[in-house]
Design a protein around this ligand. Structure first.
Ligand code: FE2
Length: 279
């Protein structure tokens, strides 16, 4: 079957976030993530460097305005654009900060926005490895949203979590060989849950822990190992309260792998112990 993974792999490339205090948030990401100001003709603050990038717009704190996924090259983006038909809309000028001309956007049934494009520059190594890798949302309409991402866009289900009644509570979606680049939790609200940076080893997790410790940002979840994805992780928050995750050893998944099924319990979210159950 034709999917993003088999035909036109996508990887998370940068985020567009909104903040009531954009400069303070920019200072946090510039300092902690070794990012530099990227000049462009617009009002938002664009920061990039190595394998991570973020655009911070003035607006309500705690919201993700768009998640930007990179296609392999122009020809892959053209094939994807043709396949999406009228689901794809022009991405707008701010997509061109990090992407070449021709980027497109899609909006899911609840208004979340994805930008799909080809990076202007190839990612390079980070001083301390942590590649922007996935983002996650809470949704009140899990089935409806998943139908869009799987059947309309071509994401593939890697793992599902179900409760005692067999009701789906979480779904992990991949767009390339990595276990998930996007995931959704069933929740009582529609909210941005977290974003994640993939490091190269457990030692990087240690070094990131030390880096956050120096600025007194304490870990609120982890360290531990997730069941789905099998990745080591911990989570902290940025000054706006946005949750961010540092990860290592995220599983690779073959294109023909059947989705896994996990029980909705703490040990699924953290096989080392305490989980953070969304409600
Ligand atoms: Fe995550």
């Amino acid at each position: 079957m034709s999917t993003l993974q088999t035909d036109t792999p996508l990887s998370l490339h940068h985020l567009h976030v909104t903040s009531e205090a954009p400069q303070a948030l920019a200072t946090f990401y510039a300092d902690l993530f070794d990012l530099r100001l990227v000049p462009y003709a617009g009002d938002a603050i664009a920061l990039g460097g190595g394998s991570r990038a973020i655009v911070i717009h003035e607006g309500r704190s705690g919201e993700l305005a768009a998640a930007a996924y990179a296609a392999g090259d122009e020809s892959a983006l053209a094939r994807l654009t043709a396949r999406l038909g009228d689901t794809a809309i022009p991405a707008g000028p701010e997509a061109m900060i990090f992407f070449k001309r021709g980027a497109i956007a899609v909006e899911d049934p609840q208004g979340r926005r994805l930008i799909l494009g080809v990076p202007r520059e190839t990612r390079s190594d980070d001083p301390l490895p942590a590649r922007l890798q996935h983002t996650v949302f809470q949704t009140t309409e899990l089935e409806n949203v998943l139908d869009f991402y799987v059947h309309r866009l071509g994401f593939v289900v890697s793992d599902e979590v179900v409760d005692d009644e067999g009701r789906l509570t979480t779904c992990f979606l991949r767009s390339d060989d990595e276990h998930h680049s996007l995931a959704f939790f069933r929740g009582s609200q529609n909210a941005w849950d977290h974003h994640c940076y993939e490091t190269s080893s457990w030692n990087d997790i240690r070094d990131w822990g030390d880096r956050f410790a120096r600025v007194r940002r304490s870990i609120f979840f982890g360290p531990g190992r997730h069941g789905p994805g099998n990745n080591l992780f911990f989570m902290v928050t940025d000054p706006d309260g946005n949750r961010l995750e540092l990860s290592a050893e995220l599983q690779k998944v073959k294109a023909d792998q059947q989705p896994g099924l996990w029980p909705h319990e703490e040990y699924t979210l953290n096989s080392w112990g305490r989980g953070w159950i969304r409600t």
